[in-house]
Write a protein that binds this ligand. Structure first.
Ligand code: DGT
Ligand code: CA
Ligand code: ZN
Length: 578
């Protein structure tokens, strides 16, 4: 997949253009395209020219640049611009919240060219005064440096899972394999992972090793043995492959899937029962007799446990639940009936309402809510109340023609900087659903941020809070917010909270999703689609829900349409609105 590289190049171009004070619209287009390429679940090389143009932010000009890179492996504009800016500036740009102009100013003023030097300068308060930097900014920069250092070691699941699947497919086509599985944190669907762990069986491990280290994705070979090898693919991502005996496959898979704390618990249980579990199998202590290990189920069965889904293996109570026969019936992708956060051409989406509905129906969904941005969000061409009324007519007309699928009319209403909502109740009450979210004022303190969200939830017409913490994995930390209070008020007011499926958001994360369930808060798993390809990201949101122990009944958009409509009406009724 070239998606990541091209996204990075676009983001570089945007940064340099910003330093050069070029056209703001051009800069914005590159940034938007970069973000959307990053979140794409399909390989850019597989997309037609027409499909490229459907990616938000990608017009003819940027599509040509993508094609140029796919054909030649280079992008002339990127290379030319990059020569104009000292490399040290790019190192600094990796720090979240450090804008291009500030990075350039720090570089020019202090000759700082590495993160370590930047950290020292910030600790010695030498940044204060540069382009208006104050102590608070300096603290933010230090936090940013810490997150980059962590980030160097970890990558979003949205990048790593496709990369891992890509490797497995390539290996399957080049070597004789019997079984092959991705293990480690990727199999557990952790949102941010360190490396790729793969386990396989083969009649000819040597040939598998050969094929593996010679894969086109491989950049360096770290280690190569007869049944085990480690390589680095692009961006230094480490990949470990082990070929094991068929009789050990299940035990090796369980061992390598982890998590480590989960495995420790399993081994302790085994010891108590006179057994030993390791990556080769499950053995009886007294005579070392092999009891199982070919299949992962053996491990759990021999411990007297039901199979524990990988998403739960974190030692967060799953062993106790398994022992008590109380593991959750996790929600699955097939349970999802609709999508309640979708953008059309009316604001900043790529597709018409009809096209979105058709794409959603083809994926087996039965309804979707069109929730274009509200007027306050000018950059996303937010809708005024007047435009919203026009949109209602189009949706009504569409629904009259189609009986097997329902388009709900909604809005993604901006929670403004001062905490007020972008539409008055008279506008909101005409809609089927209201999604509210924060798109500005990320720097407010915890109290103010929490108050903004709480106020939105107390409005009887607000159905869902979208991407409640605002994080972008690897790019932007969550804003300061008291999530416990947000979750409590969501429960009190009957407001749903979203798990946003966009792979760099996954917001709520797994822990907040679990807390939501504990508090009886309903969760909506929404794609925030801006182009119909993005419906494919639903699986990422479902994974987060699974890691949060959510069951079908915890998920708003797992409801059939009539029940959904009743549920949406319930909050309004509670507040005395018919
Ligand atoms: P990460 O950090 O995202 O790669 O997370 P994991 O869970 O994939 O961790 P990793 O790659 O270090 O190891 C893969 C699995 O192998 C891990 O989940 C459990 C197992 N494992 C690794 N090292 C140890 C160990 O020292 N003891 C035990 N019991 N298991 C280990
Ligand atoms: Ca791993
Ligand atoms: Zn949205």
């Amino acid at each position: 997949m070239e998606n990541r590289e091209i996204a990075r190049m676009f983001s570089d171009i945007a940064d340099i253009l910003e330093i050069k004070e070029d056209n703001v619209f051009k800069i914005r287009a590159y940034r938007k395209a970069a973000l959307n390429l990053d979140g794409l679940t399909r390989d850019l090389a597989e997309l037609s020219h027409k499909e490229l143009l459907e990616i938000p932010g990608v017009g003819a000009d940027l599509a040509a640049k993508i094609e140029e890179y796919l054909q030649t492996g280079a992008m002339a504009l990127h290379d030319k611009l990059k020569e104009e800016i000292p490399a040290g500036v790019f190192t600094l740009l990796a720090v979240p919240d450090l804008g291009p102009k500030t990075a350039k100013a720090i570089y020019d003023g202090l000759q700082v060219t590495s993160l370590e030097e930047l950290e020292r300068a910030a600790n010695e308060h030498r940044l204060i005064g540069i382009r208006g930097i104050q102590q608070k900014t300096e603290e933010n920069i230090l936090r940013g440096i810490a997150s980059v250092k962590r980030g160097r070691e970890r990558q979003p699941l949205g990048h790593m899972l496709p990369a891992a699947l890509d490797l497995v497919a390539a290996l399957k086509s080049r070597a004789p394999l019997e079984r092959i599985e991705i293990a480690g944190s990727i199999r557990r669907r952790v949102d941010c992972v360190k490396d790729i762990d793969i386990v396989a069986t083969s009649p000819d491990p040597e040939r598998v090793m050969d094929a593996f280290v010679n894969l086109p994705q491989v950049q360096t070979i770290t280690m190569r043995g007869p049944t085990r090898a480690s390589v680095a693919i692009r961006e230094g991502v480490q990949v470990d492959l082990r070929v094991v005996e068929a009789e050990s496959f299940g035990a090796a898979l369980a061992y390598l899937t982890g998590s480590k704390p989960h495995n420790v618990r399993l081994r302790e249980m085994a010891v108590k029962r006179g057994m030993k579990i390791n990556e080769y199998g499950i053995f009886r202590d007294e005579d070392n007799e092999r009891l199982g290990g070919a299949n992962e189920e053996d491990v759990y069965r021999l411990l007297g446990l039901p199979f524990v889904p990988p998403e739960l293996r974190e030692d967060r109570g799953e062993i106790e639940a398994a022992l008590a026969g109380a593991l959750p019936q996790l929600v699955t992708l097939a349970d999802i009936r609709g999508d309640l956060h979708v953008h059309s051409k009316w604001s900043d989406g790529a597709h018409s309402i009809a096209a979105l509905a058709e794409a959603a129906r083809q994926r087996g969904l039965r309804y979707l809510a069109v929730t274009d941005h509200s007027q306050g969000l000018a950059v996303a061409r937010g809708l005024t109340a007047e435009r919203l009324r026009e949109q209602a007519l189009e949706i009504e007309a569409w629904n009259r023609e189609h009986k097997d699928f329902r388009v709900l009319h909604g809005t993604e209403m901006d929670i403004q900087n001062d905490g007020s909502l972008d539409f008055p109740d008279e506008v909101l009450k005409k809609l089927d659903i209201v999604v509210a979210s924060i798109h500005s004022g990320f720097a407010h303190d915890r109290e103010r941020m929490t108050a903004r969200i709480v106020a939105a939830m107390r409005n009887p017409w607000v159905s869902i809070i979208a991407h409640p913490t605002g994080r972008l994995i690897g790019e932007r930390e969550a804003y300061q917010v008291d999530m416990e209070q947000v979750l409590q008020v969501a429960g009190e007011t009957g407001t749903a909270l979203e798990i946003n499926c966009y792979p760099l958001r996954l917001d709520l994360n797994d822990r907040y999703a679990r807390r939501a369930k504990e508090l009886g808060v309903t969760v909506a798993i929404n794609t925030d689609t801006h182009a119909s390809l993005q419906f494919d990201t639903l699986s990422y949101g479902v994974s987060v829900a699974q890691r949060g122990w959510l069951e079908k009944s915890d998920v708003l958009n797992a409801l059939e349409l009539p029940e959904l409509l009743k549920r949406l009406a319930a909050k309004r009724k509670r507040a005395g609105n018919p």
